[in-house]
Every structure is written in structure tokens, then in C-alpha cells.
Design a protein around this ligand. Structure first.
Ligand code: NDP
Length: 255
């Protein structure tokens, strides 16, 4: 279907070297986009680039990026746009969690989570804006969470960051609609990745609780995130902006 075609489009996915980011990057590659993945772990990136090649990305590359550095975010965005001649799609996916009761967080831990999950998405979007303007439009996809909607005792910083992602998405969507830039958030349910493998080790009974509460009766996989990425990155979503779309097997609508 033509409106889902991403041929000649260039995408940058932060944290695209694994997990949900790679699931989304693979979807974009299958739809014809050139995809640059950015992160810190080069070993994961090697395997990820192989997957993108198999998926049919016309071009793919890995750039080293620590999203905690605003300077690096700007440099990487500018480099990708210069090397590929344009930047059409930005997926702000890099994320982390530190699980503590609220009274236990140090200021440094709080800032690590907020800056990785929220500030970096803001800074990368700011950096992408002039390139999208030049391209005549663009697509920004921010990654929220069920913690954009709900709370849990061990997620104060994470929930604050992911709630912030949704509000930032709405504000940016409002500001940049006139520039033909659509900004949307995806709220994944419980997806089996390194991040949640860590959570399952630290939070007793989490695996069973997720299974019991998810109407689909299973954990999601990174592949489950590919379709929404293609939709929100393509012309099919040109009149969709400022939304926060759950991809959660029904978790958020379970009464
Ligand atoms: P992973 O741990 O597999 O992926 C996280 C990615 O973020 C990694 O590729 C990592 O790259 C990157 N990253 C983390 N910190 C930095 C940093 N400082 N600089 C650059 N890259 C960084 O977890 P997920 O795939 O699960 O998480 C992806 C996103 O999805 C996150 O925003 C997460 O909050 C969100 N999410 C996940 C859910 C789930 O159930 N899995 C549910 C809801 C939201 P590297 O290894 O190179 O550092």
C-alpha cells in the first residue's frame, strides 16, 4: 500500500541496537527506509545491523551515542542528516529504569532516568527540527509506557519521565503541525526485552502478574512494535498527531 511505503525516507532510532528500538527499526527497513541506529553498545549493534540488512534496509548504519549528552545528540542528528542527505523520521526510544521506592532515590539516579527517557527525546527532537523543516515535514515517534498512565511503587522517576513524554508529545505536536511534522507517542505494554528481563529479576511475581493482567495472555515481543512504527512513520498517519497509542495486548483497558 503506497501510503505505508518508506522508500527514500531516512530514519534515526535511538537505542535501535536492541529490544523495542530494533523491532521498530526492522519494521521501517522492511517498509523501505534507510535506518541509522544509535546507542552505546557496539556488540549489540553488529547483530542489529545484520538484522536490518536481512530486513532489506537500502542503507543502514550504527552511530555511537550517549543520549545523556545533549551535545552528542545534536552532533549525531546533524551527521546523519548530512551523510544521508535528509532526516525524515526520528524515534526517541533510548530508555532506562532504576527501580527504587520513592524515598530511596538519590538525585543522581532521578536525573539519570529523567534525562535518558525524557530530556534526550526533547533534545533529539530539537536537533531534528531544522532537518525536517528542510525536508518539508517529518515524523517523530516518542516511546512512553504503561507508566505514562499508571503508577507502581518502584517507578517514581520512570513514571515521571514517561508521563512527561506524553505531555511533551502533545505540546510538540501542537507547535509543529504547521510544519507538517507529526509527533506521536507509543505506549508499549509489557514487552520481553533486556529492560524487562531486569525487572523480572528485581520484582517478585512480575512475570505472572503481567500474564494475568494482559488480555492477550502473553508478553509482547519487539516484533509487535514494528507495525505501529511503520504507521506513525509513514504518510498513512499524516492526519494523526499528538496521540499516545497503547500497543499492549489490552493491558491498559483491562478493568
Ligand atoms: P532495552 O534495554 O532492550 O533497550 C534500551 C535501549 O536504550 C538500548 O538499546 C540502549 O542502548 C538504549 N539506551 C539506554 N541508555 C542510553 C544512553 N544513555 N544513550 C544511548 N542509548 C541508551 O529495553 P527496551 O527495548 O524495553 O526499551 C526501549 C524503550 O521502550 C525504552 O524507552 C523503554 O522505557 C520503553 N518501554 C519498554 C517497555 C518494555 O516492556 N520492554 C514497556 C514500555 C516502554 P545501549 O545498550 O547501547 O546503551
Amino acid at each position: 500500500m503506497a501510503s505505508f511505503d518508506l522508500s527514500n525516507r531516512v530514519a534515526l532510532v535511538t537505542g535501535g541496537n536492541g529490544g523495542i528500538g530494533l523491532g521498530m527499526a526492522t519494521g521501517l527497513a522492511k517498509a523501505g527506509a534507510s535506518v541509522v541506529i544509535a546507542g552505546r553498545n557496539k556488540d549489540k549493534a553488529k547483530t542489529a545491523l545484520q538484522e536490518l540488512k536481512v530486513a532489506g534496509a537500502p542503507k543502514s548504519d550504527f552511530v555511537t551515542l550517549d543520549v545523556l549528552s545533549g551535545e552528542e545528540c545534536h552532533k549525531v542528528v546533524d551527521e546523519v542528516a548530512a551523510r544521508f542527505g535528509r532526516l525524515d523520521i526520528l524515534i526517541n526510544n533510548a530508555g532506562t529504569n532504576i527501580r527504587r521506592q520513592p524515598q530511596e532515590f538519590t538525585p543522581k539516579e532521578w536525573h539519570t532516568v529523567i534525562d535518558t527517557n525524557l530530556t534526550s527525546a526533547f533534545v533529539c527532537s530539537q536537533a531534528a527540527y531544522p532537518h525536517m523543516l528542510k525536508a518539508g515535514g517529518g515524523k517523530i515517534i516518542n516511546i512512553g509506557s504503561m507508566m505514562s498512565i499508571f503508577g507502581a511503587s518502584f517507578t517514581t522517576a520512570y513514571a515521571a519521565s514517561k508521563g512527561g513524554v506524553v505531555q511533551m508529545t502533545r505540546a510538540m505536536a501542537t507547535a509543529w503541525a504547521k510544519d507538517n511534522i507529526q509527533v506521536n507517542a507509543v505506549l508499549p505494554g509489557w514487552i520481553d526485552t533486556e529492560l524487562t528481563q531486569g525487572a523480572r529479576k528485581e520484582v517478585a511475581g512480575l512475570h505472572e502478574k503481567v500474564l494475568a493482567r494482559t488480555p492477550a495472555g502473553r508478553w509482547g515481543t519487539p516484533v509487535d512494535m514494528a507495525g505501529i512504527a511503520v504507521f506513525l512513520a509513514s504518510g498513512a498517519s499524516d492526519f494523526v498527531t499528538g496521540t499516545a497509542i497503547p500497543v499492549d495486548g489490552g493491558y491498559s483497558v483491562q478493568g
